[in-house]
Write a protein that binds this ligand. Structure first.
Ligand code: CP3
Length: 353
């Protein structure tokens, strides 16, 4: 399994870009920055384009998904596009009844609660992923030397939605299941790992230059449960893509106690949320990997002087790590003034790497 010779990482387009250089521990020509959820509701051009089209429907229209991915790159001069899609798209493409309800999030028609529910899950096919590949090809043709970051949901975060059937705060359903019926849990986590792994591989093979695994809700787990019931499935998801050789990033929120275990599932870069300063994250990781993060999204609405001082502090805290890609400590809040994001990018690019 290898990337084709015409892939942006192989034909010279993105291999020496600031983002990929930093992900690989080298010295970038400028400080790379992109934002989780940079595509989406903070942009008026997104809201206009999405009018009358459902969220999942928009992800499955290749021209629309490509255009939405490109919007923030044009506007902010960020160092990466993040593919516009959603972690539940592989479920949808497999034929699972799922929708994204505005203001709520992913909702399943039939939550997955028992071993029989897991056994009845449909299997995702390579063919079903064609709209994803097509959207990635359209994006990459426009991006030139700017890398596209592909992504997938980690098995725990995906399974959390599948078991609860909707967003939840404490994720009691999946946490009960892993102890009460470990076999059913493992089967579900493996199903989610394969669906996410195939989804990410489709993006990388079609032209994405890096891949990020989002375990947004892993922070609801202690280290013991994470290591025993979750990490093996996340490693399984990454086995679908590791041989391709593109840099892999692992991110979650509330994961300060899990950073080492998250690195050890086999990634090149660890994403840090806004709770833990990067110098402390680097200490916990023993200086072993480049870091990504961790501007507090709350400060995007603070006065500029406050935000500027915070961004400079994040840069200083990341200085000791073997590489640092600026990002937020979670996604862009929908009410963010996009002009502030552009200004943050300008500030970051103005500081010598
Ligand atoms: O710019 C980007 O980051 C690209 C695209 C992206 C989306 N979802 C688009 C989206 C990515 C990387 C995701 C991943 C995702 N989806 C995660 C992991 C990252 C994270 O934020 O923790 C999770 C947990 C989901 C599940 C999900 N999808 C939620 C919780 C929501 C929000 C629901 C709401 O309306 O508040 C979604 C919907 C969603 N995914 C939107 C976008 C732009 C909003 C939909 C809209 O515009 O109406």
């Amino acid at each position: 399994m290898t990337l084709s010779p015409g892939h942006p990482l192989m034909d010279g387009r993105t291999a020496d870009s600031p983002l990929i250089t930093a992900y690989r521990g080298g010295k970038p020509s400028r400080r790379p920055v992109w934002f989780m959820r940079q595509a989406g509701r903070s942009l008026p051009e997104y809201r206009r384009l999405r009018q009358g089209t459902g969220m999942l429907e928009s992800c499955l229209k290749p021209e629309m998904a490509a255009e939405i991915t490109l919007q923030p790159v044009r506007r902010h001069d960020v160092d990466a596009g993040i593919f516009f899609s959603d972690i539940v798209i592989p479920l949808k493409l497999a034929g699972v009844g799922v929708d994204i309800v505005p203001g709520v999030g992913p909702v399943l028609e039939h939550p997955i609660r028992t071993a029989a529910d897991v056994a009845a899950l449909p299997v995702l096919t390579e063919e079903a992923l064609e709209p994803i590949r097509e959207a990635v090809r359209l994006v990459v043709a426009e991006l030139g030397s700017t890398p596209l970051v592909g992504f997938a949901g980690a098995p725990f975060t995906l399974a959390a939605y599948m078991v609860e059937g909707k967003p939840s705060r404490d994720h009691l359903g999946p946490r009960t299941m892993m102890h009460a019926d470990p076999q059913a849990w493992q089967a579900l986590a493996n199903w989610a790992a394969d669906a996410s792994g195939m989804f990410l591989r489709a993006q990388l093979e079609a032209g994405a230059s890096a891949g990020q695994l989002f375990d947004s809700w892993a922070g609801s787990l202690g280290l013991a449960d994470y290591s025993r019931y979750v990490a093996p499935a996340s490693a399984r998801a990454l086995e679908h893509v590791r041989p391709l050789g593109a840099p892999l990033i692992h991110f979650g929120t509330g994961t300060s106690e899990l950073l080492v275990a998250m690195r050890d599932v086999g990634v090149d870069v660890v994403g840090v949320d806004y709770r833990l300063p990067l110098d402390e994250a680097n200490r916990r990781l023993g200086g072993s990997v480049p870091l990504q993060g961790n501007i507090d999204p709350a400060l995007l609405s603070a006065p500029w002087e406050v935000l500027e001082a915070h961004v400079l502090a994040v840069i200083a805290a990341g200085a000791e790590a073997p590489g640092h890609v600026l990002n937020l400590g979670h996604g862009v809040p929908p009410e963010t003034d996009p002009a502030v994001l552009t200004r943050v990018v300008e500030l970051i690019h103005s500081i010598e790497p």
